[in-house]
Ligand binder design. Sequence first.
Ligand code: BDP
Length: 715
Amino acid sequence: MTRQASRVALALLALVAAAFARAEDGYDLWLRYRPLDDTAQARYAPLARGIVAPRSSPTLEAARAELQRGLRGLLGTEPPLQDMPTAGAIVAGTPASSAVIAALRLPLDGLGREGYLLRSVRIGDAPATVVAANDDVGVLYGSFALLRLVQTQQPIDRLDVRSAPRVQLRVLDHWDNLDGHVVRGYAGQSIWDWWKLPGYVDPRSVDYARANASIGVNGAVLNNVDANAQILTAPFIAKVAAIAGALRPYGIRVYLSARFSAPIEIGGLKTADPLDAEVRAWWAAKADEIYRAVPDFGGFLVKANSEGQPGPQDYGRTHADGANMLAATLAPHGGTVMWRAFVYDQSQSDRAAQAYDQFKPLDGKFAANVLVQVKNGPIDFQPREPFHPLFGAMPKTPLMLEVQITKEYLGFATHLAYLGPLFEEVLAADTYAAGRGSTVAKVIDGSLHGAHITGMAGVANVGSDRNWSGSQFDQANWYAFGRFAWNPEARARDVAEEWVRMTFGNAPDLVTGAVELMMGSRDTVVDYMTPLGLHHLMGTGHHYGPAPWADELKRADQNPVYFHRADAAGLGFDRTKTGSGAVTRYAPEIARLFGDATQVPEKYLLWFHHVPWDRRLASGRTLWDELVVRYSRGVDGVAAMQRQWNALAPYVDAERHAQVAAFLRIQAQEARWWRDACIAYFQTFAKRPLPAGYAAPEHPLDYYEQLTFPNAPGR
Ligand code: BDP
């Protein structure tokens, strides 16, 4: 080739690559619908022959549109709409909306409103694939499920899939302020453009709704738990109604975080006492006003008497008094109160026990439409926590699990940490509340204690970034939340595999490699941040990077030194009976296990025990040596993820590959920073040398102590 010809060829290649890359910026999430390879297209081709689907409601219309859009992308042919099915066609609908479905007399019992049936049938002589449900929203969920089978290249010729959600309220909590800032958000600004609403509804809301419907999320709390009462004023209610209108066809109800003192701030009352008649009347009128604008409004999320937020205790009332007052105003409209148990008071007692101590005595005192929303662990969304002791401890109260999808304590958007294993770990944890097998999953799906109302909430990681979640892999955490809320006994590995296939592709080496990378990622973060049960060592306020030395906050129980308790003797928080006693909040079987330093799983060792530096652990190494080994293992783990990711380059489009690779480089540097800062700090107590072969921290301790991050995002 001449010089010029090769230059032209290179330029052409670059153009092709650029076009490819532009198309893959992550906006499409797991709903990419890129063409399958020829063999797979041939296999699913019959689905493109036609769709028989009623369009008699916006939800059915959305289901039809999604099937056509998905199959057009995946198979290259858009299935035409038909009145009567041709061979191979898709038939979607409910018995009420579709005569064809009604005539098939399918077993839809037990699927509820949201469940669906996917089945291969014969209509006359012709084979067909049915997407059937009792209600339109079930048809929508079933349509996404059928597309997922094609996207992940599963067999569909003898289909018989019945699926219904095991949890009723599957809700994303947006910690979005009314000025567009997202608290603990690392993916840009809020997707709610309050300023332009209600006149302009960003079409992005519809893609947001599609993504949620595809994983079964059916609720969204639109505003931050540290709520601004303005959201309850008439202008904002109109804005909320506009958003609700965009989400409604996708089966999503909107909820609002309610500020407990709103009757004073926007109602002109002198008190917000929940037992005051005027206060009750104000809230009742407010609820009526909201329901006039949003007839299917979901209800209120409340953070009360927590971290400075107002609440019923300001008036000598209990959390139950507060929750029940709001519940009474919502009950006539079918709304729900999600009352958070994330509280810790001014007492000097162990923060890990305080929510339990405040809420356990209130079991049985909440109104029927109240859920108490409990974080996965007793402190605060740490990389690893044991399950919250309230799970299983309030048999007469529906408990809702709250997890954080946004990675406030796991390296923000740049660190790759797949949270599926974290969700699975808490849901599979055995509370022993009613003997062996009383898992958190069974508490929250209501099966353990017969709860009549069930829920799971995830603090959203969604923002205005083009890729929605701040990083490509953080999309997997949104996806996993939905899948676990639908089925709390899901497996993180299966969920990761689905997501990889839909998000990147089905090549076997790609799937294996990416799933391996994801499955180890959260443990890697735990290793380089908070191994062996350490927790809350993050920088004060912004929670970015290590600051185990931090001791400046007035409240002791917000300082890292409170949590790790390093001294000359050893490391860790003694929460045994002879220590803070927090371990006694668990069922006796668990309290015995966690309370025994020789039995407790090592991953929780320093959560429950103050352990001498020279104590031998399972590895035969001393605590100090093991600590150094774990921190170092975390750093090595990131290097391994970098190698794994590089090996996947042939399978991933250039733009997404490059962004993940760049983020992994940041993660590698910051893992080293975490390791070195923590080892340098803990060594001042342990006063022991590093084990042979382990590198000394790159800088002296004071270098790390002097770093400040006034502009860290998400505050
Ligand atoms: C903590 C966050 C804080 C939240 C709080 C909560 O740092 O911004 O307001 O949780 O859940 O993790 O209320």
